[in-house]
Ligand binder design. Structure first.
Ligand code: UD1
Ligand code: UDP
Length: 387
């Protein structure tokens, strides 16, 4: 029988991951896949543009949940996704990353009772199998909402797909059984490598009036960096010192734009190029040609590693330590001294990418090969009983 998969995406970094997975799932004859968009991100520049540029299928199901507090957003996604589970009766729910949509759909699926139990080779099931792509990452920072999402999603998932070796160690330490865990590599890099040629033709540098190698690229959106006006002011004052030495391009996440407005903070346009969020191809081009990237993003730490562009991470920790040990990432913290020191180090760093194990463009293929191996003998128990 074919296996029904619901693949879930809700935010900008989810779309980048799901693009690679959807392509491979669609090519495999065992699977009938539907894409569910939760609507956690809904602005055209955080959502629609990714579907067009990454040639993703239009979502089959849109939950249109929108923004909200953690509890209300998570609860609303669960409530709406449960209705989808009722209609669709999937054997597999595939979630990616660490956002509220990830946890909400994993948790709803883990407690959902299907009308028709099935056997999948590992025994009979009356609940969908929950598969988590990007499992095992840990920042060990309990104040980070994503850390809660990561741990809880992994705890309710049946199949854990790991992007870097630290994830294997974290899951082993937490007692995940080894049969659940698969080291497949990084689907973010699948999409990056597939998009590089398209990104190279982007005219974004000319549009912004910056030259290759002659600017820094900044992104900020972590609540710990932007939600507290004092923290945001301090960070921007240090970055402004850097901007006086190297112009900074700063595509503004909507959370950050709102915080800047609320705090009445403005940045000198002679050294800052502020833009709304840019499309994926434009952003890959901006990263590729930047002298240095300064960011608190998770995905950007990974992309700069493979692009070989120095990255200063404006956080005290990272859940992606391979980007430091093998890549171009420097963990700067958020103090003035730490950031300026890291910036100087990054400027002196030779450019050159080094891809960690399995960050090779084939991670989604590995995920789908594992899923196919696990699910190839799936059969509905009702058919067995009547047949
Ligand atoms: C979310 C994820 C974060 C991820 C980031 C990627 C959680 C807890 N956080 O953070 O892990 O790194 O996405 O970008 O899941 N907004 C808009 N338009 C939109 C979406 C949001 O204006 O399309 C504004 C709203 O004011 C909203 C705020 O941005 O309240 C925050 O959005 P939300 O999805 O809650 O969190 P992010 O900061 O985007
Ligand atoms: N990105 C983009 N345009 C932007 C900023 C980021 O396309 O203006 C892409 C970036 O290349 C990466 C992803 O968005 O693939 C990272 O998303 P974000 O930083 O919002 O989330 P995180 O990875 O921190 O969860």
């Amino acid at each position: 029988m074919s296996v029904k998969v619901l693949c879930v995406a809700g935010t900008r970094p989810n779309f980048v991951k799901v693009a690679a997975l959807m392509r491979c799932l669609a090519e495999h004859p065992l699977f009938r896949t539907k894409l569910v968009h939760t609507g956690q991100h809904y602005d055209a520049d955080l959502s629609g543009i990714f579907f067009r540029q990454l040639r993703m299928p239009v979502p089959d199901i849109e939950l249109e949940v929108g923004s909200g507090s953690h509890a209300s957003q998570t609860a609303e996604i669960m409530r709406r996704f449960e209705a989808v589970l009722e209609d669709e009766q999937p054997q597999v729910v595939l979630v990616v990353g660490d956002v509220n949509s990830t946890l909400a759909c994993a948790l709803a699926a883990a407690k959902f009772s299907l009308r028709e139990p099935f056997d999948w080779g590992r025994g009979s099931r009356s609940r969908p199998i929950v598969a988590h792509v990007e499992a095992g990452l840990r920042s060990f920072d309990e104040d980070m909402p994503e850390e809660v999402n990561r741990k809880l999603t992994d705890a309710v998932s049946d199949l854990l797909f790991v992007s870097e070796r630290s994830g294997l160690a974290n899951l082993a330490r937490e007692g995940s059984s080894r049969e659940k865990v698969f080291f497949v590599g990084n689907v973010v890099i699948d999409t990056l490598l597939a998009a590089r040629a398209g990104a190279a033709t982007s005219g974004i540098l000319d549009d912004l009036g910056v030259g290759a190698g002659a600017y820094g690229l900044v992104t900020l959106h972590r609540p710990s960096n932007v939600d507290d006006p004092g923290a945001l002011r301090g960070l921007l004052s240090t970055l402004d010192e850097i901007a006086s030495r190297l112009p900074l391009v700063f595509p503004l996440h909507p959370r950050t734009r709102r915080r800047l407005e609320e705090a009445s903070l403005s940045l000198d346009p002679s050294r800052w190029k502020l833009t709304p969020p840019v499309g994926y191809l434009e952003f890959v081009r901006l990263q590729s040609e930047a002298r240095v990237v300064l960011t608190d993003s998770g995905g950007i730490q990974e992309e700069t590693t493979v692009l070989g562009v120095p990255c200063v991470t404006l956080r005290a920790n990272t859940e992606r330590p391979v980007t430091v040990s093998e890549g171009t990432n420097i963990l700067a913290g958020t103090s003035r001294d730490g950031i300026l020191r890291a910036f100087d180090e990054a400027r002196g760093m030779p450019r050159g990418g080094r891809a960690p194990t399995f960050w090779d463009g084939k991670a989604a293929e590995r995920v789908v090969a594992v899923l196919a191996g696990e699910l190839r003998d799936t059969r509905l128990l009702s058919l067995e009983a009547t047949g």
